[in-house]
Design a protein around this ligand. Structure first.
Ligand SMILES: [Zn+2]
Length: 500
């Protein structure tokens, strides 16, 4: 696939980093409020800088929000300006994470999350770019007007995916309006989304959508599950299965749902091949859980030349169905977390490059809707709350598989940046945006009540109670030191990331 041709409005691109923490700030923050560092030009030094060419000891020179040089330790030139050197010793300096799948739920459901809390959590977790999903806010982002609602209420923040829904799929001018207004691509569901104003699409809608996306060279993200009622084991035992039992929930969303959706979807992704009617578009399968038939078919499509990528999420890599206690609806998400053998195959697929990238799928709600008291898996809101924790979670659970810092950077920064068309992000390299996370891989911490979480409702996170390793020390967004040892800069500067 080739994303290099994607075009972005240069000025917005230059301004495009974000992180607004105080949405009601009426006056524009001065630059000194946006960063703990007073310098426009400075050097970040460390013995562990993750570059596309490996981990080096040296310095990253930042000027005007961009990386202007990356030099190895033996080249001592940064010492000439020693006052402007921030030395992180042995801590890891890595490209900031680009989370292409987060639900921040504004406007309309700010009580679930919100841009202010969500972007603060992102910064504390080393995420420097966040792409907001078009649903769970109210209204959903399915038109130019609804996108403007999001853009207008922020001075900040993230990029946005728009929604491909039956209403706009056959309405070329509406879809083009949404894309011209700046969404980075579209998202659709092949099963009910759980949100009334975000109905599901079928293969014909997707085929039409891809033709429009091809013109803009932007991707379609697809939730690939199809409801197969007849195959649900639950029906046979109707009334017998316990809604508090995780195995009951598992039966309601078997791997065959993912398999059926992927099979149908891949009929359409053929259009994305070179010379095909939707050449230039791209299909990205979100949160893959099934590692059997679904994954095999995706591998086949890739080798046939379909422009297709796939992500999975930390919760599928960290947890397995055997460990989920009855009634613990914090773990409910769709597709579901499957058994430990499946989890092992997910790691294999990720390490082998068959799964291209990771995303949080941070999908919070109000604690009441998680029904934690009743523990009813069938009626509880499905979605895992994780935004601030994805880096330490991936690292903590991945260490036993021998994952490397460069793999982390590929899964969390480089590949997601390509998907979102952000060519100047995702790597510590000359000319790129200075979006950087500094963290200590060996520092452990407990996710308990003493740990400061910035996203709303930390109690509903499936990770609460876990011990993790990998502490974020500092986060730079466009050269602004926006987060440092538990504190956020007083304000954040930037504008939404809009495609052009
Ligand atoms: Zn999602």
């Amino acid at each position: 696939m080739d994303f290099l041709g994607w075009r972005f409005f240069p000025l917005l691109s230059v301004l495009a980093s974000f992180l607004l923490f105080y949405m009601k700030t009426s006056s524009k923050p001065s630059n000194s409020e946006c960063s703990f560092l007073p310098y426009d030009r400075f050097w970040i030094t460390s013995n562990n800088i993750v570059t596309p060419h490996g981990v080096i000891s040296g310095a990253v020179e930042v000027k005007g929000g961009n990386i202007v040089s990356v030099v190895k330790r033996e080249n001592q030139q940064w010492k000439l300006k020693s006052a402007n050197v921030v030395d992180y010793g042995d801590a890891v300096v890595m490209p900031g994470l680009v989370d292409v799948h987060a639900h921040l739920d504004e406007p309309g459901r700010a009580e679930w999350e919100g841009f202010s809390s969500g972007t603060k959590a992102a910064a504390a977790g080393g995420i420097t770019t966040l792409i907001d999903m078009p649903l769970n806010s109210c209204p959903s982002t399915v038109s130019e007007e609804t996108l403007k609602l999001k853009v207008r209420m922020l001075d900040s923040a993230s990029g946005f995916w728009g929604g491909l829904v039956p209403d706009n799929a056959f309405n070329k001018s509406a879809l083009e309006g949404l894309l011209k207004a700046g969404v980075l691509g579209l998202k659709s569901f092949m099963c009910p989304s759980g949100i009334n104003d975000f109905p599901m699409t079928n293969a014909s809608h997707i085929k039409e959508g891809l033709q429009v996306l091809a013109k803009f060279k932007r991707p379609l993200l697809v939730h690939a599950e199809i409801q197969l009622d007849s195959e649900s084991d639950l029906e046979e035992n109707d009334g017998v299965d316990d809604a508090r039992s995780y195995s009951t929930y598992l039966k309601t969303r078997p791997p065959s749902w993912e398999e059926a959706a992927v099979r149908e979807l891949l009929e359409v992704t053929k259009d994305t091949r070179t010379g095909g009617p939707s050449e230039g578009s791209h299909v990205h399968i979100v949160h893959l859980s099934d590692t059997r038939a679904s994954l095999d078919m995706i591998k086949g499509a890739k080798s046939s030349g379909d422009s297709i990528t796939v992500e999975t999420c930390p919760h599928y890599l960290a947890f397995s169905s055997e460990q989920i206690q009855d009634g613990d609806t914090r773990f409910k998400c769709s597709p579901p977390i499957r058994d430990s053998a499946n989890r092992e195959r997910l790691w294999d697929a990720l390490v082998d490059g068959h799964i291209d990238m990771l995303s949080s799928d941070h999908s919070p709600t109000e604690p009441e809707l998680k029904l934690l008291d009743e523990g009813d898996f069938l009626r509880a809101w499905g979605g895992i709350s994780s935004l601030q924790y994805v880096l330490p979670v991936t690292w903590s659970y991945g260490r036993k598989y021998g994952i490397t810092l460069n793999q982390l950077a590929s899964w969390w920064s480089e590949q997601p940046s390509k998907l979102a068309g952000q060519d100047l992000k995702g790597a510590i390299a000359n000319g790129n945006h200075a979006d950087i996370v500094v963290w200590e891989p060996d520092t452990e911490f407990d996710l308990d009540d003493n740990h400061t979480a910035y996203h709303k409702h930390p109690s509903i996170s499936a990770y609460m109670g876990k011990r993790l390793s990998g502490k974020v020390l500092a986060t730079f967004v466009r050269g602004n030191l926006v987060y440092k040892e538990g504190k956020h800069a007083p304000a954040a500067c930037g504008v939404p990331i809009l495609a052009k």
